[in-house]
Design a protein around this ligand. Structure first.
Ligand code: SF4
Length: 234
Protein backbone atom coordinates (compact mmCIF):
# COMPACT_ATOMS: atom_id res chain seq x y z
CA UNK A 1 0.00 0.00 0.00
CA UNK A 2 1.26 3.46 -0.88
CA UNK A 3 3.52 2.42 -3.73
CA UNK A 4 2.82 2.86 -7.44
CA UNK A 5 2.05 0.03 -9.83
CA UNK A 6 1.44 -0.26 -13.52
CA UNK A 7 -1.98 -1.88 -13.96
CA UNK A 8 -2.57 -4.29 -16.80
CA UNK A 9 -6.25 -5.16 -16.77
CA UNK A 10 -7.25 -8.39 -18.53
CA UNK A 11 -10.73 -8.86 -19.98
CA UNK A 12 -12.80 -11.90 -19.04
CA UNK A 13 -13.61 -13.51 -15.72
CA UNK A 14 -14.91 -16.92 -14.64
CA UNK A 15 -16.82 -15.46 -11.65
CA UNK A 16 -19.53 -12.83 -11.20
CA UNK A 17 -19.15 -11.22 -7.78
CA UNK A 18 -21.88 -8.88 -6.53
CA UNK A 19 -19.33 -6.20 -5.65
CA UNK A 20 -17.35 -6.35 -8.91
CA UNK A 21 -16.15 -2.86 -9.80
CA UNK A 22 -14.84 -3.83 -13.24
CA UNK A 23 -17.78 -5.57 -14.92
CA UNK A 24 -16.86 -3.95 -18.25
CA UNK A 25 -13.50 -5.69 -18.29
CA UNK A 26 -14.71 -8.65 -16.31
CA UNK A 27 -17.46 -9.84 -18.60
CA UNK A 28 -16.96 -8.24 -22.01
CA UNK A 29 -14.15 -8.37 -24.52
CA UNK A 30 -14.00 -4.76 -25.70
CA UNK A 31 -12.89 -3.94 -29.22
CA UNK A 32 -10.29 -1.48 -27.99
CA UNK A 33 -7.98 -1.09 -25.02
CA UNK A 34 -7.30 2.21 -23.21
CA UNK A 35 -3.60 2.81 -22.59
CA UNK A 36 -2.71 5.60 -20.20
CA UNK A 37 -0.40 8.20 -21.70
CA UNK A 38 0.06 10.53 -18.70
CA UNK A 39 0.31 8.81 -15.29
CA UNK A 40 -2.47 9.87 -12.91
CA UNK A 41 -4.09 12.30 -15.37
CA UNK A 42 -6.60 9.85 -16.83
CA UNK A 43 -5.54 10.59 -20.40
CA UNK A 44 -5.59 7.55 -22.64
CA UNK A 45 -5.03 6.40 -26.19
CA UNK A 46 -7.10 3.58 -27.66
CA UNK A 47 -5.45 0.52 -29.19
CA UNK A 48 -7.32 -2.32 -30.92
CA UNK A 49 -7.89 -5.48 -28.88
CA UNK A 50 -6.45 -7.97 -28.38
CA UNK A 51 -3.02 -6.47 -27.72
CA UNK A 52 -0.04 -8.71 -28.44
CA UNK A 53 2.80 -9.15 -25.97
CA UNK A 54 5.29 -6.73 -27.61
CA UNK A 55 2.65 -3.95 -27.73
CA UNK A 56 1.67 -4.55 -24.10
CA UNK A 57 5.29 -4.63 -22.99
CA UNK A 58 6.07 -1.42 -24.86
CA UNK A 59 3.12 0.34 -23.17
CA UNK A 60 4.27 -0.83 -19.71
CA UNK A 61 7.86 0.24 -20.29
CA UNK A 62 6.70 3.61 -21.58
CA UNK A 63 4.74 4.23 -18.37
CA UNK A 64 7.77 3.24 -16.28
CA UNK A 65 9.97 5.58 -18.30
CA UNK A 66 7.46 8.45 -17.96
CA UNK A 67 7.12 7.94 -14.21
CA UNK A 68 9.98 5.76 -12.93
CA UNK A 69 9.98 3.76 -9.72
CA UNK A 70 6.98 1.44 -9.93
CA UNK A 71 6.92 -1.26 -7.28
CA UNK A 72 5.60 -3.86 -9.72
CA UNK A 73 3.28 -4.54 -12.62
CA UNK A 74 -0.15 -5.59 -11.39
CA UNK A 75 -1.67 -8.24 -13.65
CA UNK A 76 -5.31 -7.92 -12.78
CA UNK A 77 -8.74 -8.21 -14.31
CA UNK A 78 -11.18 -9.64 -14.84
CA UNK A 79 -9.19 -12.78 -14.11
CA UNK A 80 -5.71 -12.68 -15.65
CA UNK A 81 -5.20 -16.45 -15.34
CA UNK A 82 -7.83 -16.93 -18.04
CA UNK A 83 -4.98 -15.77 -20.31
CA UNK A 84 -2.15 -17.77 -18.72
CA UNK A 85 -0.20 -18.35 -21.99
CA UNK A 86 -0.06 -14.58 -22.48
CA UNK A 87 1.28 -14.19 -18.92
CA UNK A 88 3.89 -16.87 -19.52
CA UNK A 89 5.13 -14.84 -22.48
CA UNK A 90 4.85 -11.35 -20.95
CA UNK A 91 6.26 -11.92 -17.46
CA UNK A 92 9.79 -13.06 -18.43
CA UNK A 93 10.03 -9.90 -20.52
CA UNK A 94 9.07 -7.82 -17.49
CA UNK A 95 11.91 -9.39 -15.54
CA UNK A 96 14.37 -8.50 -18.29
CA UNK A 97 13.25 -4.89 -17.79
CA UNK A 98 13.72 -5.12 -13.98
CA UNK A 99 9.96 -5.03 -13.37
CA UNK A 100 8.26 -7.45 -10.98
CA UNK A 101 5.13 -9.37 -11.92
CA UNK A 102 2.36 -9.08 -9.33
CA UNK A 103 -0.53 -11.45 -10.02
CA UNK A 104 -3.92 -10.43 -8.66
CA UNK A 105 -6.22 -13.43 -8.95
CA UNK A 106 -9.55 -14.71 -7.71
CA UNK A 107 -7.76 -17.91 -6.66
CA UNK A 108 -9.89 -20.42 -8.51
CA UNK A 109 -7.88 -21.41 -11.62
CA UNK A 110 -5.29 -23.73 -10.11
CA UNK A 111 -4.13 -25.41 -13.34
CA UNK A 112 -3.63 -22.07 -15.06
CA UNK A 113 -1.68 -20.85 -12.03
CA UNK A 114 0.76 -23.74 -12.38
CA UNK A 115 1.55 -22.68 -15.96
CA UNK A 116 2.11 -19.01 -15.08
CA UNK A 117 3.66 -19.39 -11.61
CA UNK A 118 7.34 -19.72 -12.58
CA UNK A 119 7.13 -16.25 -14.12
CA UNK A 120 5.28 -14.50 -11.26
CA UNK A 121 7.03 -12.73 -8.36
CA UNK A 122 4.13 -11.83 -6.05
CA UNK A 123 0.77 -13.59 -5.70
CA UNK A 124 -2.19 -11.64 -4.31
CA UNK A 125 -5.13 -14.03 -3.96
CA UNK A 126 -8.67 -12.93 -3.33
CA UNK A 127 -10.52 -15.20 -0.92
CA UNK A 128 -14.10 -15.01 -2.12
CA UNK A 129 -16.56 -14.89 0.78
CA UNK A 130 -20.13 -15.80 -0.10
CA UNK A 131 -21.45 -12.93 2.02
CA UNK A 132 -19.65 -10.50 -0.30
CA UNK A 133 -19.75 -12.19 -3.70
CA UNK A 134 -23.23 -13.69 -3.59
CA UNK A 135 -21.82 -16.79 -5.30
CA UNK A 136 -20.92 -20.28 -4.10
CA UNK A 137 -17.65 -20.37 -2.10
CA UNK A 138 -14.53 -21.75 -3.81
CA UNK A 139 -12.84 -22.87 -0.61
CA UNK A 140 -11.13 -26.00 -1.91
CA UNK A 141 -9.81 -24.17 -4.98
CA UNK A 142 -8.47 -21.39 -2.74
CA UNK A 143 -6.72 -24.00 -0.58
CA UNK A 144 -5.05 -25.63 -3.60
CA UNK A 145 -4.16 -22.27 -5.13
CA UNK A 146 -2.42 -21.07 -1.96
CA UNK A 147 -0.62 -24.38 -1.48
CA UNK A 148 0.79 -24.16 -5.02
CA UNK A 149 1.93 -20.54 -4.61
CA UNK A 150 3.61 -21.25 -1.26
CA UNK A 151 5.25 -24.45 -2.55
CA UNK A 152 6.75 -22.41 -5.41
CA UNK A 153 8.30 -20.04 -2.84
CA UNK A 154 6.35 -16.99 -3.97
CA UNK A 155 5.66 -13.87 -1.97
CA UNK A 156 1.97 -14.46 -1.14
CA UNK A 157 -0.84 -12.63 0.58
CA UNK A 158 -4.61 -12.95 0.69
CA UNK A 159 -7.32 -10.32 0.47
CA UNK A 160 -10.92 -10.83 1.56
CA UNK A 161 -13.57 -8.25 0.75
CA UNK A 162 -16.11 -8.04 3.59
CA UNK A 163 -19.58 -6.49 3.70
CA UNK A 164 -22.24 -5.79 6.30
CA UNK A 165 -23.29 -9.45 5.88
CA UNK A 166 -19.91 -11.01 6.70
CA UNK A 167 -19.95 -12.96 9.98
CA UNK A 168 -17.07 -13.94 12.25
CA UNK A 169 -17.59 -17.63 11.45
CA UNK A 170 -17.03 -16.95 7.76
CA UNK A 171 -13.77 -15.06 8.28
CA UNK A 172 -12.63 -17.77 10.71
CA UNK A 173 -13.17 -20.40 8.04
CA UNK A 174 -11.22 -18.26 5.58
CA UNK A 175 -8.37 -17.83 8.09
CA UNK A 176 -8.29 -21.57 8.82
CA UNK A 177 -7.86 -22.37 5.12
CA UNK A 178 -5.04 -19.82 4.82
CA UNK A 179 -3.37 -21.27 7.93
CA UNK A 180 -3.12 -24.65 6.20
CA UNK A 181 -0.66 -22.99 3.81
CA UNK A 182 1.03 -20.97 6.56
CA UNK A 183 -0.22 -18.88 9.47
CA UNK A 184 2.25 -16.12 8.60
CA UNK A 185 0.59 -15.44 5.25
CA UNK A 186 -0.87 -11.93 5.59
CA UNK A 187 -4.64 -11.57 5.36
CA UNK A 188 -5.96 -8.18 4.27
CA UNK A 189 -9.55 -7.58 5.36
CA UNK A 190 -10.97 -5.02 2.95
CA UNK A 191 -14.32 -3.36 3.78
CA UNK A 192 -16.29 -3.07 0.57
CA UNK A 193 -17.21 0.33 -0.83
CA UNK A 194 -20.94 0.07 -1.39
CA UNK A 195 -21.80 0.21 -5.08
CA UNK A 196 -25.32 -1.25 -5.18
CA UNK A 197 -28.20 -2.28 -2.93
CA UNK A 198 -26.85 -5.87 -2.62
CA UNK A 199 -23.53 -4.70 -1.23
CA UNK A 200 -23.38 -2.63 1.95
CA UNK A 201 -20.22 -1.53 3.75
CA UNK A 202 -19.61 -3.11 7.19
CA UNK A 203 -19.70 -1.06 10.39
CA UNK A 204 -16.50 -0.20 12.25
CA UNK A 205 -17.25 -2.46 15.23
CA UNK A 206 -18.02 -5.35 12.88
CA UNK A 207 -14.72 -4.87 11.03
CA UNK A 208 -12.84 -4.99 14.32
CA UNK A 209 -14.65 -8.19 15.37
CA UNK A 210 -13.69 -9.79 12.06
CA UNK A 211 -10.06 -8.79 12.52
CA UNK A 212 -9.97 -10.16 16.06
CA UNK A 213 -11.56 -13.44 14.95
CA UNK A 214 -9.05 -13.94 12.11
CA UNK A 215 -6.14 -12.91 14.33
CA UNK A 216 -6.81 -15.87 16.61
CA UNK A 217 -5.79 -18.09 13.67
CA UNK A 218 -3.31 -16.01 11.65
CA UNK A 219 -0.29 -13.92 12.69
CA UNK A 220 -0.77 -10.96 10.36
CA UNK A 221 -4.31 -9.68 9.77
CA UNK A 222 -4.75 -6.10 8.57
CA UNK A 223 -7.67 -3.89 7.66
CA UNK A 224 -7.08 -1.78 4.56
CA UNK A 225 -9.84 0.16 2.76
CA UNK A 226 -10.22 0.26 -1.02
CA UNK A 227 -7.69 3.08 -1.43
CA UNK A 228 -8.04 3.30 -5.23
CA UNK A 229 -11.67 4.30 -4.74
CA UNK A 230 -10.83 6.83 -2.01
CA UNK A 231 -8.24 8.39 -4.33
CA UNK A 232 -10.54 8.36 -7.34
CA UNK A 233 -8.18 6.14 -9.31
CA UNK A 234 -10.92 4.02 -10.83
S1 SF4 B 1 -13.32 -12.19 -9.57
FE1 SF4 B 1 -12.86 -9.99 -9.69
S2 SF4 B 1 -13.21 -9.42 -11.85
FE2 SF4 B 1 -14.19 -11.43 -11.52
S3 SF4 B 1 -16.33 -10.91 -11.04
FE3 SF4 B 1 -15.23 -11.13 -9.07
S4 SF4 B 1 -14.56 -9.03 -8.57
FE4 SF4 B 1 -15.12 -9.02 -10.76
Amino acid sequence: MGVRQVFVRFAGCNLSCDYCDTPASGFDHPESCAVQIAPGERRFKELPNPLDVPTTLAAIINIELESPGHHSVSLTGGEPLMQAPFLAELCPELRKSDLRAYLESNGTLVDALSDALPHIDIVAMDFKLESATGIKPATEMHREFLAAAVAAGKDVFVKAIVTSSTAEEEIEECAAVIALAGRRIPLIIQPVTSTNANVQSPFAAQIMRLQVAASRILDDVRVIPQCHKMLGLI
